[in-house]
Write a protein that binds this ligand. Structure first.
Ligand code: ZN
Length: 449
């Protein structure tokens, strides 16, 4: 038995507080367990408690209860804390409660792990991006203990309506592999693409919501569930060139302007160059490109930003066109790609309109199905491109949030439970945004000083 002297308060903090964050308790015993780990017995110091039924103080102990609690591992060993708590008698005759047990914030009634441990579990999974199973093993608790701690933390997340958003970003990601299901009636196989769409504050990158699918119905219904003031606060929504997203936004947020993300349009232009290159290779050689073909060997050079190429790279590009582009189709597609980039780099509508005209001339000169498709897409999204040029709102933070989402997906090796997956996404994003904001505020304060 450890002397009570050891757990006497020192500098206002007693041993139980210092080691287990349990103020008001004394450490009365500690033993090494034969199969590893440690057991520490702590005992409540206060003898008078207010009855939760009537509020009358009582100092009469009826019996001593023992609560087994898992605490943070100490020195690499699992620690089991046995809490001796008095069960008190309520002396008030009118009170329906005859007895009651002490409960504190750190040790609520029937809690099986300490508050500090629960915080550490959530931190390990959400902030450090570790898998639930791995964290459970490291802290010596069950898988569902960790999951319960995460679920409890997710409940405290603020509602999306309380986050004032002016610029919203919507993006999709595939959260699991494509699956095939057999239709019971027709016996035919159906391919299921498990997609999810995320709503992100385009300024801060905070994920506000996650819905199943990437159709307009799910997007629209999530937006319509928000309060009227929240919806009216949205000025611009940045999306990829996705028709269902645009349809949902037009219906749910009629006043918001839609901006299409320039990165995806450049990607489409790059794709057009690649498709033309592959087609020309097939037509010229009757096969796919090989490393001996200059155009295949320099396929990445074709996709690099033309205005940022060095003189040497430009000469190499010209050499590729001279040697491996007899029909001038690849160079024409390259010119269309460069004009698309120039158009998207414009800062005002006037120069954008001029750039659009030049792009049109390049497309007419190229006259290929791949570049016509790109031209049609740009025309179909012209209003949204104008919004992007005038507001400069992009999906950059949304894409960054999506990278985080994919990290969660990979760490968990996939999720069977959508709620668990969505809770992880929202928690991680909320905590990261909060931390970034705190750091920014501290940075601002430092600069002011
Ligand atoms: Zn009472």
């Amino acid at each position: 038995m450890i002397e009570h002297m050891c757990s006497q308060p020192r500098d206002g903090r007693d041993a139980a507080s210092i080691v287990f964050d349990l103020p008001g308790y004394d450490v009365v015993d500690a033993v090494d367990l034969p199969l590893g780990g440690r057991r520490v017995v702590v005992q409540a110091r206060a003898r008078d408690e207010a009855c939760p039924g009537c509020g009358v103080l009582s100092a009469r102990v009826h019996a001593w209860a023992r609560q087994h609690v898992t605490a943070l591992p100490c020195g690499g060993d699992a620690v089991e804390v046995v809490v001796r708590k008095p069960r008190m008698v309520c002396a008030e005759p009118a009170c329906p409660r005859r007895t009651f047990t002490q409960a504190t914030d750190e040790l609520p009634l029937r809690a099986r792990c300490s508050r500090r441990l629960r915080e550490q579990l959530v931190e390990a999974v959400v902030d450090s991006g570790r898998a639930v199973g791995e964290v459970a093993a490291a802290f010596g608790v069950a898988w569902w203990t960790v999951q319960n701690a995460i679920d409890a933390a997710a409940v405290t997340l603020p509602d999306a309506d309380t986050v004032a958003v002016r610029e919203l970003g919507i993006d999709e990601h595939r959260f699991a592999r494509a699956r095939f299901f057999r239709e019971p009636q027709t016996r035919s196989w159906r391919r299921i693409e498990p997609w999810m769409s995320t709503f992100v504050d385009a300024r801060t990158g905070q994920v506000l919501g996650v819905v199943d699918g990437r159709g307009s119905t799910g997007i629209q219904s999530w937006l319509e569930q928000r309060s009227l003031s929240w919806r009216e606060g949205i000025k611009v929504v940045a999306i990829d060139p996705s028709a269902p997203f645009r349809a949902a936004i037009t219906r749910a947020l009629p006043r918001a302007r839609v901006a299409v993300d320039h990165w995806h349009l450049v990607k489409l232009a790059n794709q057009a160059v690649t498709t033309v290159r592959q087609r020309v290779s097939r037509e010229q050689h009757g096969r796919r490109g090989r490393k001996n073909d200059p155009v295949w060997a320099h396929r990445m050079l074709l996709l690099r930003a033309g205005d940022r190429l060095s003189l040497r790279a430009l000469r190499r590009l010209q050499d590729v066109f001279d040697r491996d582009d007899p029909t001038d189709e690849i160079s024409a597609a390259w010119a269309v790609k460069e004009h698309t980039r120039m158009l998207l780099a414009c800062n005002d509508i006037e120069s954008a309109t001029t750039a659009r005209g030049q792009l049109g001339i390049a497309v007419l000169a190229a006259d290929m199905p791949e570049t016509w498709t790109l031209w049609n897409t740009i025309n179909a999204w012209w209003d949204e491109i104008e919004t992007f040029i005038t507001t400069g709102v992009t999906n950059a933070r949304t894409e960054a949030a999506n990278t985080g989402v994919k990290h969660i997906k990979r760490t968990g090796r996939g999720y069977r439970n959508h709620d668990h997956y969505q809770a992880r996404i929202l928690l991680r994003s909320h905590r990261r945004t909060r931390r970034r904001r705190t750091l920014n505020q501290q940075g601002t304060t430092l600069k002011c000083e």
